[in-house]
Design a protein around this ligand. Sequence first.
Ligand code: ZN
Length: 276
Amino acid sequence: MELPISHTLTTHTHDGVVYYAFPSLEALPFIRHGFSTRLGGVSEGIYASMNLGYNRGDRAECVTENYRRIAAAMDVRAEDMVLAAQTHTANIRTVTAADRGRGITRERGYTDVDGLLTADPNVVLCTHYADCVPLFFVDPVRRVIGMAHAGWRGTVAEIGARMIEKMTAEFRSDPADVLVGIAPSIGPCCFEVDEPVWAAFAKHPLFDSDCYTDDGNGKYHINLWEFNRRVLIAAGVSPSHITVTDLCTVCHPEVLWSHRATHGERGSAAGFLSLR
Ligand SMILES: [Zn+2]
């Protein structure tokens, strides 16, 4: 398998499991993190092979083995993971060690959670993707971490800014200290939308002609990476603290899970983030 080359992310391989990481977060010895690919799991057919979604129709025992493998690759424990309950909201939930296993070894017990936040080193945050934009947050001063699932709805609802606000309110983070990583997801090359989606963005004061191209036929291509970056900067994040993926999931469907490229016949990727 030819791996797509990224100029902003690093690639890691461990016992056949391939995942991407952010150099800015790898420089922090107290952080473990990664974003999964399709490679290194045991699932078959349309789920081959690293499917991390229990809700996709795949065999649960395969998904569980995939979690075990990706956890080993990232040097975390699957039983410490806490999963979101993603429904394209901008809701963020603060979790602790008491939440370990929610969504993986036991029922979540919550709904409509698209972002997770913690300062507890005994928790591994886990969110799921197949084209939507993964946002990783680390405050190395307060030692607080967050993850957010930003589809187009979450992006226009500024889930990135909601995360910064919650980090500030609950853990006294200074936005200027926070590092953010934007992981592989649908790029400006492939995120074609109709008028109503474009109009939802066009109402936003941070949205301008640098965030989209007008195809002239009632279709537009929106740059979710750039718009999320602007939301983060407006929330006080330093531009130099934001790492933006250069890998589009739709352009690399053999390696990355893409809903659009597979017409929904797919497994799910996951992002993982933990304090040591
Ligand atoms: Zn693309």
